[in-house]
Design a protein around this ligand. Structure first.
Ligand code: AMP
Length: 396
């Protein structure tokens, strides 16, 4: 079915010269064609049904783990889980090309927990680009291993080093951390890389974008050569290929990623008419009943903070997450949004990356994303797990 680039009609309204002059806001040299942002999902489209080849019981994994998966309510494997789990069990290096929302966390956690069950002395390192993602992985991990005497430690920046250091003195099987803090703890001899035989690099593309490549290289190069490496990325570029070549050995590649934006997300643009402000338009939307759990994206930390304050001033229940907040402030804001204590979360791209929050009704791009990749990541926060979501992009 041909895609309708709804944007184009608005594009004529605003006059092409304005976009011609717009400087790319992100990485230098990245040119954004706003027409690519919005391809309207076809109304009422039947969501494609995937038939997995495996049931969870088919994988050679411990019965207790199969029970834990069932208790979590996972009935059938998602495509990435279906395709990658057996390779990880066999001990191969893997490259998984998958977005958040694909079930990639369980795709690596399930076989790795099984590895720990087979050898309780096994130690595994998971490297993630953001604190939020690390915490999210840990939450999923803990929900699987309840009562199994398998332990994890989260080592991320912005939280007390002392507490992490004391946790590292106890027995653990899994460390989940961000590159900078991990490196710090390794240099303080709190983590001995030679004891880790398995490593997961999650969202490697983001790690690269955020400038963590050297810390990541330091970590990986300190690990045994015979380790198993699991490499996950949402996108593949020349830099990422180089990382794959450097860090993995004959990896099995599994891609479940489509370039197309999510079929579950209806997308549209909103042109801000003259005489109106983006804030007016946003407020009108937020007053509508269906806008019950809304993630709003702004470009800068300062802008995000200011917007959330203005929304609160207007009487909305809003929170914000961005890099100027410390870890506990961010976790608190996230918790309130997750539990519907606030209607709106205003976020920067970096802070919202990889967030897995159920039932976000709308994503609003208050400021344009810097790259197409960022657009995809933003709108992927809604329309998760076969639910429909809506993404709206403001154009002024
Ligand atoms: P992820 O891509 O790892 O961020 O996972 C996205 C969401 O899918 C999370 O809320 C998971 O709890 C959920 N999930 C993962 N695997 C399954 C599955 N096999 N069945 C149902 N939900 C799942």
């Amino acid at each position: 079915m041909p895609k309708k680039y709804l944007f184009q009609s608005h594009y004529r309204n605003v006059g092409s010269s304005r976009f011609g002059q717009r400087k790319p806001m992100g990485r230098p040299g990245v040119h954004i064609d706003p027409a690519r942002f919005v391809n309207k999902a076809v109304e009422g489209e039947v969501i494609e049904n995937f038939t997995p080849e495996h049931k969870f019981q088919d994988f050679k994994i411990d019965q207790r783990l199969i029970t834990a998966i069932a208790n979590k309510g996972y009935k059938t494997p998602t495509p990435i889980q279906d395709k990658i789990i057996s390779h990880i069990i066999e001990g191969s290096d893997v490259v998984g090309i998958a977005d958040t929302g694909s079930g990639k966390t369980a795709a690596f956690l399930v076989p790795l927990i099984n590895k720990i069950m087979q050898n309780p002395r096994e130690q595994i390192l998971i490297v993630a680009p953001t604190r939020e993602l690390a915490v999210q992985i840990d939450e999923e991990f803990r929900s699987f291993v309840k009562g199994m005497r398998i332990y994890s430690v989260v080592c991320v920046g912005g939280t007390s080093m002392g507490r992490q250091m004391s946790e590292l003195r106890y027995r653990y099987n899994l460390i989940i951390g961000t590159p900078g803090r991990l490196k710090d703890l390794i240099e303080r001899k709190m983590i001995y890389l030679s004891e880790f035989n398995t490593v997961v690099l999650d969202e490697a593309d983001r790690m690269f974008d955020m400038g963590f490549i050297n810390d990541t290289r330091f970590i990986i190069n300190g690990m045994p050569r015979g380790r198993q490496t699991l490499f996950f990325s949402a996108t593949i570029s020349r830099d990422i290929e180089r990382m794959i070549g450097e860090f993995t050995k004959n990896p099995v590649r599994i891609s479940v990623k489509t370039r197309d934006t999510s079929k579950n997300v209806e997308q549209d643009v909103i042109k801000i008419d003259q005489g109106k402000t983006k804030l007016d338009v946003l407020s009108n939307l937020l007053n509508q009943k269906e806008f019950n759990k809304v993630l709003v994206f702004g470009r800068t930390k300062h802008g995000v903070e200011k917007l959330s304050k203005m929304l609160i001033y207007k009487g909305f229940r809003a929170e914000s997450i961005h890099g100027n907040k410390n870890n506990s402030q961010r976790q608190r804001a996230l918790g309130m949004f997750k539990e519907n204590q606030v209607q709106i979360l205003v976020a920067t791209d970096v802070a919202a990356r990889g967030l897995d929050i159920a039932d976000i009704s709308h994503v609003i791009n208050y400021d344009l994303p810097s790259t197409y990749e960022d657009y995809i990541h933003r709108i992927g926060r809604t329309g998760r797990y076969n639910k429909r979501g809506m993404a709206l992009t403001f154009i002024d």
